[in-house]
Design a protein around this ligand. Structure first.
Ligand code: IMP
Ligand code: MG
Length: 201
């Protein structure tokens, strides 16, 4: 685990410290517990950014629930999503009749989530709502009505607690801003699908 004092922590601009994350997630869990009492709750985590949030949120919810995951890729460079979304991993189980709560790391333009909501809506769930740890209201292009939001943040690129830059820094225990004028040089590894499609290394 990389903490602010770790030699591997390249950023000291901590935006949300671990204790604030924990406290807010406990609040979200309590609200979700109240709202979904007696329902058939299925948490759908969007890989990979939501894994830490999903794990902590699920344990803050005092209800029987199930957890499933899907992965999508939004084409783009390391800090900007292109809005073109492709499914990499679908859910394991049907969601008909389920109360689906999509758990996302961050709503940026909103395109990834609006694609996911539309896709899952076609499968006949009883309900679909969104719980996003972070939103960047200044960047919203597509209106995504997230019922639960952890923190509204300014228009900065952030990493940590699941969020990455070129797949790095997910294991920071806190969320911090990345200095976009001074990005670390990381050669992003190509994904298997990029290799299959012949994207240049
Ligand atoms: P959207 O489709 O523009 O809403 O982008 C959503 C996805 O882009 C998120 O699920 C993240 O994976 C990624 N993303 C957007 N902003 C950030 C950021 O500040 N840090 C890390 N990833 C981000
Ligand atoms: Mg994501």
């Amino acid at each position: 685990m990389i903490t602010p004092s770790s030699p591997f922590a390249p950023f000291d601009d901590v935006l949300i410290a671990p204790d604030r994350l924990r406290a807010r997630i406990v609040e979200l869990g309590a609200q979700i517990t109240k709202d979904y009492e007696g329902s058939n709750l299925l948490l759908v985590g969007v890989l990979k950014g939501s894994v830490f949030f999903m794990a902590d949120l699920a344990r803050a919810i005092d209800l029987p629930l199930e957890m499933d995951y899907m992965a999508v890729s939004s084409y783009g460079n390391a800090t900007e999503s292109s809005g073109v979304v492709r499914m990499l991993k679908d859910l394991d189980a049907p969601i008909a009749g389920r109360d689906v709560l999509i758990v996302e790391d961050i709503v940026d333009s909103g395109r990834t989530l609006s694609y996911l909501i539309e896709l899952l809506q076609q499968r006949g769930p009883a309900s679909i709502e969104v719980c996003a740890l972070l939103t960047k209201p200044e960047r919203a292009e597509v209106d995504v009505d997230a019922r639960y939001v952890g923190f509204e943040i300014p228009n900065r690129f952030v990493v940590g607690y699941g969020l990455d830059y070129a797949e790095r820094y997910r294991n920071l225990e806190y969320i911090c801003c990345l200095d976009e004028a001074n990005l670390p040089t990381i050669e992003p590894a190509r994904t298997r699908s990029q290799v299959e499609e012949g994207h240049p290394a």
